[in-house]
Ligand binder design. Structure first.
Ligand code: SF4
Length: 636
């Protein structure tokens, strides 16, 4: 978090902390003062008991310091970072009475803000592959407005107006009292010419009236409209004024609302129905810390016992505590290929499931692949199932006669083994973010069009890079009948998938970082949106990003738009350069974070004990076709 933002947040939090201390401790913590020696010292671990997004660490630290400046608070994660159950969030050390007196208040703040950030992330993820942004409302706990809205940003949402004074929002009551949309807008504009104006409309007639405002409004809110009415509203507005959907927005419905094409979706529940993230603080006496089970010792012993039979692969987006145990570090394909060059019989892939599948496809018959958490999937890969792609393929065939004659399927390596096999079977190819241009060219040399999945952004950025105009690209819409003429005119059909990590970078992040660090080079991953790639100085694969920073002269400034753990590692490994995350809330990949030293140790323990746990198996037929699609790529 930027220093100024932290100061702003703490200024808002301090009066609340003062109230909390007065309310909770008052003249003193009777229990702790009675049962604990005045000079006793304790060490506390603040631990997540559920998965979620952390927000409010600086406020929790401030609570401890307010109760006792002698308490030391060390955060182990950052605000905006996803945690898994059992994950250590922060450590506190200090006088026992102070620690226990402050504990509940600190957890109350941290739990509430993390709960808001967690729910916001769920909504943001549900609409990630659409242009819609999630907004908060003024339905915040009195006094907590700035805190709650901060937590929304940490969850990946955006803030609506702060209060009644910083934006004009003309609602139904104002419209009725003023006699209609345009009279209300005229009066508002006359009174506050510099404030942005939004008008809430209840039907399409009011929308049409609002669209007549001249100059155009800053935004129009569609109040409690049904999905079909929203679709019509989007068609009527035709991009002239951004539209915000409001009312009856639930997690079940939000993706359908986003699919109507609205620009914003405001969700009161983010802050009015908060379920705090479950956290706890476990305390030990400092002398007991040394006797806690030594995970590192266990891992070292297991690694040495398994010796050359084992190779641990660590993807760049893994936690440092996991990377520390990796024999090889890299991106998914490089790791899968390098593992086959080792003598190891057990390949443990610290990454997500499709990566382990790729390793299993390329592995020798004497090698087996394992993943420490079998549920560590990939948001992007999961946007395209074999069934959904096959259904689209069949509909493309219905539309143009013979899909196999018209389209070469190209799958990004970030996809299931089943989709790689689909490409193998249908004359297609796999690509990486480093060779996607060559793969798409290869595909177009064989057939007139490309069907690219699952990442629409990589597909779009790649196709543009090799000279295909935007007008020749279509995004597949499984809900609508294909437009046959558009398909005939087109060159590339893009699957509507995206990576929920890279799509969080926005053009305003690029503009803000350039303003803050004049002369900085902006380097992003091509899974980012086209608007971000267009504003960046360079875009390339993870390996390209690492190489560029490594080869630059000391003093070079970089703003990097990719997964936060890699950016933080680059910062540490290149102190001679200035490396900053592109976004104000750097995005972490949640599923990459599911791999921990603890589940890595469990996997190694099972292997050392002769058990098979979390083996990644790709059936022989799928592996055969998938290997063919991979081999076509390797031959490029
Ligand atoms: S960063 Fe994106 S593409 Fe990579 S594993 Fe995570 S969700 Fe998947």
């Amino acid at each position: 978090m930027e220093r100024e933002e932290e100061e702003r947040l703490l200024r808002a939090a301090r009066p609340l902390i003062g109230l909390a201390v007065a309310e909770d401790i008052g003249p003193g913590d009777a229990t702790s003062n009675a049962t604990l020696a005045a000079d006793a010292v304790l060490h506390g671990h603040i631990v997540a008991k559920a998965s979620g997004v952390v927000a409010g660490l600086s406020i929790a630290a401030e609570v401890f310091h307010r109760v006792d400046p002698a308490v030391a608070f060390v955060a182990h994660v950052a605000d905006g970072q996803e945690v898994v159950p059992g994950e250590l969030i922060a450590e506190v050390t200090g006088p026992a009475r102070s620690l226990l007196a402050a504990e509940r208040m600190a957890l109350n703040f941290l739990g509430r803000l993390s709960g808001i950030a967690t729910l916001t992330r769920c909504f943001a993820d549900a609409v990630a592959c659409t242009p819609a942004a999630i907004l908060d409302t003024r339905k915040t706990l009195p006094g907590y407005r700035l805190l709650d809205k901060y937590a929304v940003r940490m969850g990946g949402g955006q803030n609506h107006r702060l209060s009644l004074y910083d934006m004009i929002l003309i609602k139904d009551n104002h419209l009725d009292a003023a006699g209609g949309v345009l009279p209300a807008v005229d009066r508002a504009r006359g009174a506050h010419p510099s404030l942005p104006i939004e008008v809430e409309v209840r039907n399409l007639a009011e929308l049409r009236e609002a669209l007549q405002a001249d100059p155009a409004l800053d935004r129009i809110m569609l109040d409690n409209m049904g999905l079909e009415e929203m679709r019509q509203a989007v068609a009527i507005a035709a991009g002239r004024v951004p539209l915000e959907a409001s009312g009856n927005v639930t997690l079940e419905r939000v993706a359908q609302i986003a699919a109507t094409g609205v620009d914003y979706i405001s969700v009161g529940a983010l802050t009015h129905s908060v379920e705090a993230l479950d956290l706890s603080m476990e305390v030990t006496r400092p002398e007991e810390r040394a006797t806690a089970p030594d995970l590192n010792g266990r891992l070292a012993g297991l690694k040495s016992a398994l010796g050359g039979r084992l190779v641990i692969l660590g993807h760049h987006y893994q936690r440092d505590e996991v990377i520390a145990w990796a024999d090889l570090r890299g991106d998914s394909l490089k790791l899968a290929r390098e593992a086959t060059q080792t003598d190891a019989q057990f390949i443990v892939f610290c990454g997500v499931h499709f990566m382990a599948e790729t390793a299993a496809i390329l592995a020798r018959p004497d090698q087996r692949v394992f993943i420490p958490d079998a549920t560590a999937g990939c948001y992007l890969a999961d946007t395209a199932t074999l069934e959904a792609v096959q259904a689209a393929w069949d509909r493309l065939a219905e539309a143009l006669g013979d899909a196999e004659a018209e389209f070469t399927p190209v799958t990004y390596v970030n996809s299931s083994a089943a989709l790689k096999a689909f490409c193998g079977r249908h004359g297609g190819i796999v690509c990486t973010s480093g060779n996607a241009g060559r793969a798409v060219r290869w595909a177009l040399e064989r057939r007139p069009r490309v069907f690219f999945f699952p990442d629409q952004h990589l597909g779009r950025n790649t196709a543009r890079q090799i000279g295909i105009p935007l007008e020749a690209m279509l995004v597949w819409d499984g809900y609508q009948a294909p437009d046959v003429e558009a398909l005939r005119r087109g060159k590339v059909v893009l699957w509507p998938g995206c990576c929920n990590v890279h799509q969080r970078f926005r053009p305003e992040h690029v503009r803000a970082v350039r303003q803050r660090f004049p002369g900085i080079r902006v380097l992003v991953h091509p899974e980012c949106k086209m608007e971000v790639v267009d504003l960046a100085d360079d875009a390339g694969s993870t390996a390209h990003i690492i190489d560029q920073v490594g080869a630059a002269p000391p003093g070079t400034q970089w703003a990097i738009g990719t997964e936060a753990r890699l950016v933080h590692r680059l910062q540490r490994e290149h102190p001679e350069q200035r490396v900053v995350p592109l976004a104000d809330v750097p995005p972490f990949c949640r599923t990459m974070g599911q791999i921990t030293p603890s589940n890595l140790a469990q996997t190694l323990e099972a292997l050392a004990g002769g058990h098979v746990e979390n083996a990644v198996i790709v059936d022989a037929e799928t592996a055969r076709w998938a290997r063919l699609a991979l081999e076509r790529m390797l031959a490029l």
